[in-house]
Design a protein around this ligand. Structure first.
Ligand code: ADP
Ligand code: MG
Length: 660
């Protein structure tokens, strides 16, 4: 039996050259290797008779090698010519530069091969096809079956992966953490069987069953965890907030806009929660610009009226500053403390604390923390969220996000959550017009921007990376800034902001106060920034971004009653995602589209090596999620009898969903 924790470097049948290549695929141990899932399958169960070969298409045939010979051309290239026949005919094969083939294939051998068939010089010919020798009594790995295809890297082929994975799967017996009774009740495969069926299925049904089992396990631990948390939470007492309706409506009336119906609805949902002494755990979802901040501030105000403190955590210092300013302007006469890495002195008697993760590193800030708000919550890990929450005595929790999560996904990831949705936009907003701009049309866009600037409007120009990366030829924000300033926008006033800038707040303030026309930036302005006079955003190398992120970026404009524009600069000739994006302004639909194209792992969670978490895209599978939720209830009852399962659940807590 093999030890699955063995490093691939130490496995004699892998070798150091391949181990290095595997590491590039984030495969470090044998376990990682068997959890390297196929991306698709090829069905070669039925071979074609030679007489039925379809020219120009991929064919699988099986026959006897009646001739094979290796020759070298004058310029020392190796060529192998072979002929194989079956009962119905004969065809030719040619392999280039693979001299070792004659070491393994001999005349008289039966082989299976797969490749495109050509018709040349009056005969059928396969050029460098994949092949496998058929041996009596030995099962084929590559052909005559449903064959897994893996995402490949240079130097590692699916064929190579298949044979190594097969070798491992034949020599292991993984301990299954899922109890027998659960497996039988929910019709789940044993883990060993599931992995074998996933890599070497006999039928397509095998693949489905394997995916079900592996997908089940992917979300199970998250679900158990959130179930336990919810039980725990229900037992806790938190502050019961008394609602002073008169004061609240006075406050709402003092705002210079009218709340949208969904803002009102969300506030009422929040009131219902915090008016009980069970801690609230609510996610406020609303598209970019839908007005989540004011909902948060009204909640904060209710806390303040109850003499309770609130903490608002945001992902960037720039956003913290902005929220701080907003809060100061609407919540007059209330003590508000901004906390970023730069903060030196903290007024602990403040009612409201607004800050970055610096909130976490400061000890004993709070006296009576009644409410924790996490803005752009998808940018924080579970750990960070919990750390802030633990600074209070079971505070109410409101998380906010503009990266909408389809409902099944939300249940899968966050299990124990109530959701409020802002599904309408403040009045008077005009849809941002989005255009894909190929290289040759760049100058038209620049001219357009100049014209808008003459009208007093402002623009963002966004570049993906700061570091010079020749290989990918991404726009370097610093050199692009120089280029724009010297060659294109010579008359306009430009500023540059990046993660490296020391005086970010000042730059943004100046931009907000119209001291600049154009702000050249990295994605640090991605979230939250609210500058109403900016009406244009240019995104360089747009194809590099996920749709949710593009949508966030686009949300930096269109914040007033002026028509706004988003230009997607790209050198990709055709890009389905960008096309979809340019026509769609709905964050939820965009997120779903991206999920289908890229999988939740890439968007909502990092796949760390060897952890099967969220690899199977199972989070989109509503019925699987429902089944898992049901199973959790059964498992909880017996969990004490299964210490290993309990342990796994705890481990899962440490690694799930740390995003960005
Ligand atoms: P997000 O949901 O993206 O965080 P914000 O809270 O930043 O959005 O709100 C975007 C802008 O809309 C802000 O300038 C805010 O003052 C404004 N706003 C919020 N609610 C309303 C409303 N009901 N009517 C008009 N403007 C609103
Ligand atoms: Mg916001």
């Amino acid at each position: 039996m093999l030890d699955l924790e063995t490093n691939v470097l130490n496995a004699y049948y892998i070798g150091s050259k391949y181990a290095t290549l595997l590491n590039k695929l984030e495969i470090y141990t044998l376990k990682d290797l068997i959890y390297y899932y196929p991306i698709k399958y090829e069905d070669s169960r039925n071979v074609t008779n030679i007489e039925d070969i379809v020219i120009g298409e991929k064919n699988f045939i099986k026959g006897e090698v009646v001739y094979i010979k290796s020759i070298y051309t004058r310029n020392r290239k190796n060529i192998i010519n072979a002929k194989i026949n079956d009962d119905t005919g004969e065809c030719n094969i040619i392999w280039f530069n693979q001299p070792y083939i004659t070491k393994s294939i001999k005349e008289g051998d039966t082989i299976i091969l797969g490749g495109i068939a050509y018709f040349e010089k009056n005969s059928i010919i396969f050029k460098s096809p994949q092949y496998e020798i058929v041996k009596e009594g030995k099962e084929n790995i590559h052909f005559s079956r449903i064959t897994p295809i893996y995402s490949q890297t240079k130097g590692i082929t699916s064929k190579w992966l298949r044979s190594r994975i097969k070798n491992i799967l034949d020599n292991i017996n993984i301990e299954d953490y899922i109890p027998e009774e659960i497996k039988s009740k929910y019709d789940l495969l044993d883990i060993n069987e599931a992995l074998r069926k996933l890599h070497f299925p006999k039928t397509f049904e095998d693949i489905e069953k394997a995916k079900k089992r592996l997908g089940f396990e992917e979300i199970l631990y998250i679900q158990i965890l959130s179930y336990l948390k919810k039980q725990e939470r229900k037992k806790k007492l938190s502050y019961r907030v008394i609602i002073d309706e008169k004061k609240i409506s006075e406050f709402v009336d003092s705002l210079d806009f009218k709340l949208t119906p969904s803002q009102v609805r969300s506030i009422n949902e929040i009131i219902k929660d915090i008016n009980k002494n069970i801690p609230m755990n609510r996610l406020l979802e609303g598209d970019v610009g839908s007005g989540k901040t004011i909902v948060a501030l009204i909640t904060v105000y209710m806390m303040h009226l109850n003499k309770l403190q609130s903490a608002i955590m945001v992902p960037t210092s720039v956003l913290a500053k902005q929220h701080y300013e907003t809060a100061k302007s609407v919540l007059k006469d209330i003590r508000i403390q901004l906390i970023t890495a730069k903060t030196k002195r903290i007024d602990r008697s403040a009612s409201i604390f607004i800050g970055t993760h610096a909130l976490l590193s400061n000890k004993d800030i709070f006296k009576n923390l009644g409410l924790v708000i996490i803005d752009e919550q998808h940018r924080f890990g579970v750990r960070q969220r919990d750390m802030l929450i633990q600074k209070g005595y079971y505070p109410h929790i409101l998380t906010m996000t503009a990266t909408p999560i389809p409902r099944t996904l939300a249940l899968g990831i966050y299990g124990d959550l109530d959701i409020s949705r802002l599904d309408d936009m403040p009045k008077g907003r005009i849809k941002v017009k989005t255009y894909i701009v190929p290289n040759e049309k760049r100058n038209d866009s620049y001219k357009f921007i100049k014209d808008r600037i003459k009208e007093g409007e402002q623009a963002f120009i966004l570049c993906p990376l700061i570091a010079e990366s020749e290989k990918l030829q991404l726009k370097n924000v610093e050199s692009e800034y120089k280029n724009l300033k010297e060659n294109i926008f010579t008359e306009e006033r430009l500023a540059l902001i990046s993660g490296k800038s020391k005086n970010k707040d000042e730059i943004l303030d100046n931009f907000k106060n119209k001291k600049y026309d154009i702000l050249v930036s990295t994605p640090i302005i991605e979230v939250g920034i609210d500058i109403k006079n900016a009406t244009i955003i240019v995104i360089e190398d747009a194809e590099r971004f996920g749709l949710a992120q593009l949508h966030q970026l686009r949300g930096r404009v269109g914040r007033s009653d002026k028509q706004s524009y988003c230009f997607l600069f790209t050198s990709a000739s055709h890009n389905e995602r960008l096309e979809f994006f340019s026509k769609n302004n709905n964050g939820l639909e965009l997120a779903e589209f991206d999920l289908k194209m890229r999988g939740p792992g890439e968007i909502y969670g990092k796949n760390q090596s060897g952890n099967p978490d969220l690899k199977m895209a199972s989070l989109l599978d509503a019925s699987l999620i429902k089944m898992t939720r049901d199973a959790v209830v059964d498992i909880i009852e017996i969990l004490d009898r299964y210490p290993k399962l309990k342990e796994k659940t705890r481990e899962a807590q440490d690694r799930i969903l740390t995003i960005n």
